[in-house]
Each structure stands twice: as structure tokens, then as C-alpha cells.
Design a protein around this ligand. Sequence first.
Ligand SMILES: Cc1cc2nc3c(=O)[nH]c(=O)nc-3n(C[C@H](O)[C@H](O)[C@H](O)COP(=O)(O)OP(=O)(O)OC[C@H]3O[C@@H](n4cnc5c(N)ncnc54)[C@H](O)[C@@H]3O)c2cc1C
Length: 488
Amino acid sequence: MSEGGSKSMKWDHEADVVVVGYGGAGAAAVLAASEAGASVIVIEKNPEGGGNTRYSGGSLRTYLDTKKASDYIETLCDGATERDIIETFVVESGRNLEWIKAMGGEIATRPTPQSFPNSLPVAFPSTRGSDGIGPRARVKGAGDDAGIDLWGLLKRRVDDLAIRALYSAPASQLLVDKDAGVTGVVAQHGEQTLRVRAKRGVILTCGGFEYDTQMHINYLGQKYFAMCNPANTGDGIRLAGEVGAELWHMKGVAASLGYKFPEFEFGIRCSMPAGGFMFVDQLGQRFMDETGTDAHLMWSPTSYIDTRTLQRKRIPCYVIFDEDTRMRGPVGVTGQGKVSDVYQWTRDNNAEIKKGWIKAADTIGDLSRHINVRADSLQATIAKYNLQCVGGYDPELGRAPDTLIPLGRPPYYALELWPCLFNTQGGPKRNARAQVINVRGLPIKRLYSAGELGSLWHRNYPGAGNVSEALAFGRIAGRNAAAEIPLG
Ligand SMILES: Cc1cc2nc3c(=O)[nH]c(=O)nc-3n(C[C@H](O)[C@H](O)[C@H](O)COP(=O)(O)OP(=O)(O)OC[C@H]3O[C@@H](n4cnc5c(N)ncnc54)[C@H](O)[C@@H]3O)c2cc1C
């Protein structure tokens, strides 16, 4: 922890509120603080803003009934998030759509895509309160991948207000006065060390630890690839930890299954068109319901460890499909995620076959050699699955009958599948006022947070909750930081 804030300290910049991280939560915090009359500076590690928010699907959750929706979220959070925080979230995120419309955004409801793994309309329909959960919505724009449209809207509004932004300036330290609390931020801008004074408060909105492998191993128990903004390396956890913050939800992730090719540092999400396909482990056996698991929990069945050998036979695992499925549509999602900056998957998957990303073979025996799985085992698995398709019944894994489509004519195809993060949820704990809480359960003076850095979500993430939370808690943090009594 650093002592700071005395009038004698030399400051490079000064504002009422300093926001660290310019994604969705940062933008919402900037707008709310500014609307409340505060001067604001936003500090961003990248040369431009957007973070994970611009790479997201931009889905926002609507809620039909505060009590039922709070019951539902409370159950999903397994007692790891206090009720008042959940209720505050449901009420404030209920204002998201009106807030977006007031900025000139148009809203569309989000259809459920006909591909797998899916984001289900309600991820856990048998959970208490699920009938209080409404449909997903998004900002209308050029396409279905609405994170970029939401981000465009937020950025235009921030630009209109001529908010000061320091880009390519990762925050490296919080400055603290033992009486006043957090008084500013140190950021590195090239060779320069900048001290930015916050007269009323600092808001941490600098995302999760999707690109810190050591943190994955420590907190999540396994390594993941990430599909999002490479600058999200857990900086906010270190910044807040250094000033005594309690951490929470460190095991929480939203993660699917995806591909990792050596050309890119990030993963690409797997999405299978409705057709004949299956996931198999390294022994050539199916191990999960491929079509009935929500997209954000696809990682979970792969985390199995054989406790006799300590081997993880499902990381990587493989998707296997046939020629008809290949022709039905792309098996990779490139409209969202970091990949959207650099690559567009082809509709017929042919370019990806030519690149060698998709392994192809005329027989299952040859395909199995490509992925180093025993041929007899894979053949037996496919024969059993095809028989179950005839009967419309998958007794062991429970795949829905209408998705039990046999693997038919060759060629056959395979890709390696890895757990791939949309985002992490853990970070400094906050209360319903968005104040960061210390290890003794008390608010750290003048320190706020919002977004996926210390999200309210824990292990059972139901989709469309992170962007909703980023906007809702961004506004709460912005309003409350702006209302602090200014330092002299
Ligand atoms: C492919 C994909 C699809 C998704 N789809 C959805 C969806 O449809 N709905 C949903 O709810 N969620 C979705 N998510 C998750 C969602 O995008 C994020 O959880 C949410 O946008 C987080 O917003 P944020 O503002 O907290 O973080 P971010 O938007 O990531 O912003 C954090 C910012 O902080 C910056 N930063 C990092 N370190 C520092 C530092 N030291 N100093 C200064 N700045 C720093 C980063 O560069 C970044 O710009 C998706 C994620 C991905 C990857």
C-alpha cells in the first residue's frame, strides 16, 4: 500500500472521479458520475476503450419480477452473494433498457440461436424463481453480435461529454491516505509515471483475469484459453488486494468450449449447427449432453480428473461431425470475441479444412488417427450413438431426442476442444453501494468497483448477466463516487 494524497504530492492530472478501465462498466460509471456533476478522468490500458464489452454478444437480461428473479440469482450464487446486492442489481439493471433508449439506442429482443452449445432462454428453468426471468435483449445494430453496437453507443455518449481519457496507461497502483482513503491512481504511460488525483473517489472497472494463466491455476484449478480482450490480466485484483480488499467469487467463470489454433493467442468458440455431431474424450467416449448444457457452463464437464492417474482425459476433448453437418453452417463463432478483429469463419467450413484446423478423413479409423484416439473405441461410440438416434433416447447423458441426429455419410471431421473463457467473475468484493470491502468487512474509503472485476455472479452463471451488471453497477458506482465529500 502506498501513502498518498497530501497536498504536497505532485499530481499530473486531477478530477473528482477517476475510473480505471474503459469497457462497459467504466463507460457507465463515467456517464453516471458526470451526470451527477463530477469531473471525470478515465484511464485505459489499451490504446482504445471497449474491453470485453465490445467483443461480447451484448445480451442484456430482463427481469419480470424482482422477488422471483432475486430468488433465482440467490440460488445460483449458492449463498456467496448477499441478498441486498442481488436485489439492488435486479432493480438497477431493470433500468438498463430505458437508459439505453434515452441515449438514442434501439432495443431488440434476442432470439435463441439454432446452434449448440447454446445460450438457453432461461439457463436453469427448474431453479426457484426462474419464472421471474425475462427474455434477453440487445442494442439493435448491424448484426446479431451486439456488443459492438452497445459499445458504439456508450462511446459516442462519452465522447459527446468530452471526458478526459488517458489511453495506453495501465493503472499500476492505488494511492492511499490513512485517514482520507484512496486519493488517486498511479498509471504507466510509456516511460512516464502518471499520478492522477481523485478528489472524490476511484472506481475500478478493469475487468477480470482471463489472460493470467497462473491465476487460472491458483483460483480456477485448471488452465483456460480466453476469447476476449487480452489486456484483462487481473490487474484490478492486484490493485485492490494491495489496499486490503477482500476477494470473492474467485472460482466463478463463464466459459464454453472452443478451438485454440497456434496462429492466435485467443480461443474461438465452438458452435455446432443442428446436425449429427458429438463430443468425445481422449478415450473416444461421449461424456456430456452436447446440446442441453448452457453455453456458459460447457467447461464444467471437462474439468473431470481421473483420481487414480491424475489425468484429465477431457482437456482437450474433440468434436466429431459428418459431411451433412459440415454443410449446415460454420462450426466456429467469429462475429464475437477477440477473433472478430482478425478472422471470419467460412459458411461451409472449407477454408478451415484447407488450413488444417478441421481434420478430415473418409473413415472413422483414419479420423481417429488424426486426433490420437483409439479407432475401435471411437467406432463403438459412434455406433452406439447412432443406435440411440434411431430410438430417440440417450439414457446415460440425456441429450434431447430432437437433437439426436446420427452421424451419416463421410467425410468425417474432428477438432480439438478446450475450455475457453468468456470472462472470469472473481475480484474485490463490493457491497450494494459498489464500495470495495476490505478483509474486515468494511468499505475501503473512496474506492468503488463495477463489472466483471468482482462480479456478483459466482459459479452458476446463467448468461446475459455480466453486461447487465456492468451497466447497472457502473452507474451505481459513478453516482456514489460523485457524491463523496471532495478532498481539500
Ligand atoms: C465472446 C464474448 C461474448 C460475451 N457475451 C456476453 C453477453 O452477450 N452478455 C453478457 O452479459 N456478457 C457477455 N460476455 C461477458 C461480458 O462481455 C463481460 O463480462 C463484460 O463486458 C465486462 O465488462 P467490464 O466493463 O467489467 O469489463 P471490460 O469490458 O473487459 O473492460 C475492462 C477494461 O479495463 C481495461 N484494463 C485492464 N487492466 C487495466 C489497467 N491496469 N489499467 C487500466 N485499464 C485496464 C481493459 O483493457 C478493458 O478495456 C461475453 C464475453 C465474451 C468474450
